[in-house]
Design a protein around this ligand. Structure first.
Ligand SMILES: [Zn+2]
Ligand SMILES: [Zn+2]
Length: 212
């Protein structure tokens, strides 16, 4: 048997080793151009706004490559040119039992944009307000998970305490449940702030004080 491409002795699938490696890829790039939006806070948008797990480039690259061979080593590097990132992916691995090294490039095109979290913060948007009176901020932050800190759109120092504005009612409710466990005196109230698609929209207020 001979290689159907070059005529050398065939090794597999009617191809010699060189032609087999040339034909079979370790990985492929799904999209040669990926368009994203980037916010100054570090979040980026493809289908929705997200915080990068490692970095924007590495996250997108992981989603944008399809592994075809057995990869033992992978590296990603990039160059920024204006609003473009030229991303280079290098992989080492085996395919059909043969060692191979492969390099491919794709482009990420970015556009500056404000994410939903920053838009809410900028517009002082809030769905709930927690009023701490005689209760420390430290107590509040001991309940709020770190990853949800961006739900605070404003923090205001007032006499004898703090007003904390939150962009998410459900989050506020969760915090209040946690505060109840700390034996605090909690008084909720609700204010009608408008209508949306025929439904009344309320803003939630919670006054939080020490017991007694
Ligand atoms: Zn060949
Ligand atoms: Zn942002």
């Amino acid at each position: 048997m001979f290689c159907i491409k070059c005529g050398k002795p065939a090794w597999k699938d009617n191809l010699c080793k060189e032609c087999f490696l040339e034909k079979n890829e370790l990985f492929s790039i799904k999209n040669s151009v990926v368009r994203i939006k980037e916010c100054s806070c570090g979040r980026y948008f493809i289908k929705k706004w997200v915080k990068p797990k490692k970095s924007i480039i590495e996250d997108i690259t992981n989603d944008n490559i399809k592994l075809l061979g057995d990869i033992s080593e992978k590296s990603v590097s990039w160059k920024r040119k204006g609003n473009k990132y030229i991303v280079r992916v290098r992989a080492v691995g085996t395919i059909g039992g043969l060692q191979k090294e492969e390099e491919k490039e794709y482009i990420i095109i970015t556009r500056k944009n404000m994410c939903d979290v920053c838009t809410k913060r900028e517009g002082n948007y809030y769905e709930a307000q927690i009023q701490l009176r005689g209760v420390s901020l430290k107590k509040f932050f001991s309940i709020l998970p770190k990853k949800d800190r961006d739900k605070i759109t404003k923090l205001e120092k007032v006499r004898n305490g703090f007003n904390i504005y939150l962009s998410d009612k459900k989050m506020a409710k969760k915090i209040i449940v946690g505060m109840k466990r700390l034996n605090l005196n909690i008084k909720p109230s609700y204010k009608l702030v408008g209508m949306k698609k025929g439904r009344k929209i309320y803003r939630d207020y919670y006054s939080v004080k020490p017991l007694g």
